[in-house]
Design a protein around this ligand. Sequence first.
Ligand SMILES: C[S@@+](CC[C@H](N)C(=O)[O-])C[C@H]1O[C@@H](n2cnc3c(N)ncnc32)[C@H](O)[C@@H]1O
Length: 391
Amino acid sequence: MSPSPREVGRPYAAALTELLGRAGAIRTQPWAEAFASVPRHAFVPEWYEQETDGRGIAVWRRRQASGTAGIADVYRDVTLVTGLDPATAKQVDTDAWTGVATSSSTLPSLMAGMLEDLDIEDGHRVLEIGTGTGYNAGLLSARLGEENVFTMDIDQELVDLAQKHLDSIGCRPHLLTGDGTQSWPGDGTLDRIIATCSVPSIPDAWVEQLRPGGVLLTDVALGIEGGLVRLSRGADGEARGFFTTNAGRFMAARNRARTYPVKERPPRAPETGSRSTTLTAARIQAHYPLRLVLAFQMPDTELVYYVDETEGMSLQLQRGDGSWARVPIGGDRELVTFGGDEGLWKQAEDVWAWWHLMGRPAQDRFGYVRKADGSAYAWYLPDGSRWDLTD
Ligand SMILES: C[S@@+](CC[C@H](N)C(=O)[O-])C[C@H]1O[C@@H](n2cnc3c(N)ncnc32)[C@H](O)[C@@H]1O
């Protein structure tokens, strides 16, 4: 008889658990036991590894968890992409594709940090939005018992696959198919909600189905940047909390099973000038909390890479009205070039000046409140700053 996935995975899962413990991602014994007992390779029999092909194009190459080396690779502390959007995926050779990722097995250290941050207690009922491979549902089931775990994905094919993976280790949490940002089809209230896809704001349904005192943990995507928030629901229907020390980002929740809608962008305003600036690309790239405050302060604005044959690569802010401003990456040029409203970059510079003046606070010093009426704001207690957030 061939060994079970749990037997095969045991030494690898033990090594991963130790690594996550040393990194401070696993902080408590129950989660160490869960990570040591759930074999990740049973959930990720194959995945796509990003590489650059001979023409310099980024492609996803299919890898399989077979043989000792293949299995060991699944137990690295890396995100493993497991699904590609069929609308964008193009096969470029026998086992490589280009395209947008639609599902993955999350970075284990991030997953462990989030599970610890949930402060789960025995007997809690937990809903996970974003089943993906089912690995996280397997971990939750190991910690809480499968009867207390509900997991939901928008893609029926992924749910079926996750069911198969969970079955292979004899684990049967409640699997649900549907848009997890809408009402939950289960009964009763929940103690915890964890989303492994991002949302622009907290859906009404999550607050409604969480008991007062319950906790929800999700990635809020705000345009320029986003972050993980851990919120407690009050009896008044308000959910309050802070951005967490974990700064991971997740793929966006979508409302269709397989594809993402194509984003419409306005035409870019013509270039109007350039000047020197102290807000360099290096500073924006180096400081995650700075990008978060930029996102609070500048709704309707994105941060993208811009490539120009003569200028090289830049970081560009672009707003919904077509205004833009960009700073070159690399070199020592402290120059901003812009088009449309010149005030766009000035606003960003003011955020940099404020964040620096405040002593460059980390993201977990910033609060997030989702009011009972659905509106939300971020705040910084020491100087009373508050930013109203729009979808
Ligand atoms: C990063 S993956 C989840 C990883 C997963 N927790 C694991 O352990 O493998 C994100 C998942 O969210 C799912 N998703 C996207 N939009 C969704 C929605 N509106 N409702 C439920 N699931 C959604 C995707 O199909 C994808 O499987």
